[in-house]
Design a protein around this ligand. Structure first.
Ligand SMILES: NC(=O)c1ccc[n+]([C@@H]2O[C@H](COP(=O)([O-])OP(=O)(O)OC[C@H]3O[C@@H](n4cnc5c(N)ncnc54)[C@H](OP(=O)(O)O)[C@@H]3O)[C@@H](O)[C@H]2O)c1
Length: 240
């Protein structure tokens, strides 16, 4: 399925992996809209994405999500990369504030549910909604039990939605460490742990946003793939 002229929405497309997806889709001739919650961030992204449109959208506000999709023509493909790193949780279980921990589901899981609910009715049959989880779902580390559960929930949400929303396709991308602003801003101690871990994987380096973006485009192009999550993680799954 060629992306030329297709309408592609990237929610979370104003930085990191989403910005990479928007760039790659534009390069293939798609009509791209990027959306995220910060107006300044949307403006800054549009300065870097010639030809794209932008919109302010907070996916934790279901009313705003409903209004956003009600006011637009349907999209062929939607990539959902929205995430708030402030909520990512590295806390031993014994010190976990359960209400605060629950909030890490707000953007990545409940935000994705809201987008699926309100976007799917207008989407092109055969188009795809692509969610984003992370290798935390498969390679847990201490202090991250709730984050692991959140990432795993996204992978299973993909399967449930693929059955419920067909013929719209629903897929996922599961990144390992990808060089984004979030990677650059990791606390030094946590980053050192990640770098030591990367050295032991088959491809011993951080992935680039261009490499991760290609996975989203592959899932957009291939009309016979649904309910799948594609790992882009340098072989992390195979390392000891
Ligand atoms: N980078 C990695 O190494 C890595 C590894 C594993 C998994 N992942 C996953 O990949 C996804 C993207 O990560 P990233 O590194 O590209 O993150 P990022 O650069 O921080 O981008 C996150 C995007 O989400 C938007 N966002 C945040 N809250 C939002 C909300 N309430 N509504 C709408 N948009 C919102 C942000 O813009 P605003 O602030 O303007 O809203 C931004 O555009 C995440 O799900 C992450 O867990 C990344």
């Amino acid at each position: 399925m060629n992306l030329d002229g297709r309408r592609v929405l990237v929610i979370g497309g104003t930085s990191g992996i989403g910005l990479g997806v928007a760039r790659a889709a534009l390069a293939e001739g798609a009509r791209v809209t990027v959306a995220s919650s910060g107006a300044a961030k949307v403006r800054a992204a549009l300065d870097r994405l010639a030809g794209a449109e932008g919109a302010v959208l907070d996916v934790t506000d279901e009313g705003a999500v409903a209004a956003f999709f009600a006011g637009r023509d349907g999209f062929d493909h939607i990539a959902f990369t929205a995430a708030d790193w402030g909520q990512v949780h590295h806390v031993p279980l014994g010190e976990t504030d359960i209400r605060a921990a629950a909030s890490i589901f707000d953007v990545r899981v409940w935000g994705a549910v809201a987008v699926a609910k309100h976007a799917a009715p207008g989407m092109t049959p055969g188009g795809t909604l692509i969610l984003t989880n992370g290798m935390a779902a498969h390679r847990p580390q201490p202090g991250m039990a709730v984050t692991v559960a959140m990432a795993g929930a996204i992978e299973h949400l993909v399967k449930g939605l693929a059955v419920e929303l067909a013929p719209v396709r629903v897929n996922g991308v599961c990144p390992g460490a990808i060089r984004t602003e979030a990677w650059d801003e990791l606390p030094a101690e946590f980053r050192a742990v990640q770098e030591a871990r990367l050295a032991g994987q088959p491809l011993p380096r951080v992935g680039e946003t261009t490499e991760c973006a290609e996975a989203y485009l592959t899932l957009m192009r291939n009309g016979y793939v649904t309910g799948q999550t594609l790992r882009v993680e340098g072989g992390w799954s195979l390392s000891g």
